[in-house]
Design a protein around this ligand. Sequence first.
Ligand code: HEM
Length: 482
Amino acid sequence: MSVQAVAIAATAVLGVVMLAASTWRFLNSWIITRPLEADGSGRKLPPGSFGWPFFGEMKEFLQCFKNEKPDQFVKVREDRYGKGGLYTTSMFGVPSIMATRPDVLKFVLKRDDLFGPGWPSLSKIMGPTAVVSVTGELHRTLRRYLFDAIASPEGMAKVLPRLDETVRTVLKEWADQGNVNIRECTRKLTFNVIATNFLSLKPSPELELMEKDYSGFMLGIRALPIYLPGTAHYTAVNCRRRLGARFQALINTRRVSEECYSDFLQSLMEARDPAGMPLTDEQLKDNLVALMLAGYESSAYTMMWTLILLAKHPQCLTKLREEHLHIKMRIGERQLMLEDTKDMIYTQKVIDETLRLVNVAPMLFRTVLQDVDFSGYRLPKGWRVMPWLRAPHMDAEYFPQPEKFIPERWDDKNVNFEAFRPFGGGARTCVGNKFARLQVSVFLHHVSVGYKWALLNPDAKVNHLPHPKPVDGGPMNFAVLA
Ligand code: HEM
């Protein structure tokens, strides 16, 4: 066969493959949108595309996040369809709608009567009675209990001495080590904080096993639900089962113990509804799993990124250190108290700016509970809506030079707070947000007053999924401040 004939044959094969591919994609889109066109409402879907059958646009999504361009996924759609803030797509195996503009985010997050929980396969693995899985009155009741335990002034005042103590001890250990992997270190720190405050558990081999199970559980939380040995889902289900058994043992011990506990588990065990009913063991276990999951890596990564960003912006560290040296001069050697945090004004700006730039929780998931008409579009019942929290955070319209770390931007009284939603919003706003801020504030106090640190690989690539982290774990040199 001549070279020319081979070229013609190859072109023909390529043409057929491309035609088949676009027909297949067209058919996928037709199958998804046909029921809506047939319902006669005349409502149209938001603009967008659906990609391949089943896989949808996961490949494009993963590519953007892997290539360290997580905002590209939204940008491409904004360029193609305008900044309407609603775009159809298909991800995690279901047709979905991305919500990206502040007003759209507000609508979706506020209307929990229209949009229910929608995390892919979450309730199966987390537990059906966890706060993140339930709706309506049970959701409100559980949130009230969790709020009293972890976010009320009394709850936080109870936590603070143990938190202060844990942070001081751990920072000394880091300095003794010299070179540390900051991702591992902050994960361990938050796990210890959680174990002490939630369960009154001290560091031990048993706690290390628990942390291992948590890590295995978290790796499978967004995996495809395929229960076969070797899959992330399989590991997660088994880690979850062991965690449940450990929590059950703790609950059983408490029921017969004479000891007086003052931690989150005890608050939840003592909580009563208006009819005087306590939470069942299943509810206690599901919610301990949910709380520990929600509060573990999110806080750890926020601490980690404050250290990385401050190392890269020494002028911000100097300002932060000045604020904390003032506080230190006032309080001397005594532990931090809740009222001391009122003087941490620049600190809160550093935390806000870190949360905005890093986007620990880049997007959320909801299920449309009934057909919703919004902004001229139909959001069909049963579809998934993804509030894309990071979109406004990284949009120059709301935050000029969005890719830069500028804590001072929060001095501006005209900052658009509707565009800033690191903790979500509405009925499911993060119930641990005050606790998270308290942890990071206490951490920043001790670390800025007593220590110095330097990045050993400042240009490390960032892996954005499921949470942003340097691929090498952020090696740093950590030492006592002379
Ligand atoms: C910087 C750290 C944190 C960030 C960025 C963060 C972010 C979020 C976000 C965005 C949501 C909303 C989820 C949704 O609407 O689907 C959420 C919910 C939640 N968070 Fe956090 N979180 C953090 C720390 C914590 C901590 C420390 C705890 C507990 C001690 C916690 C407990 C929860 C719980 C229980 C929910 C579920 C609330 C509900 O469904 O009603 N979070 N968090």
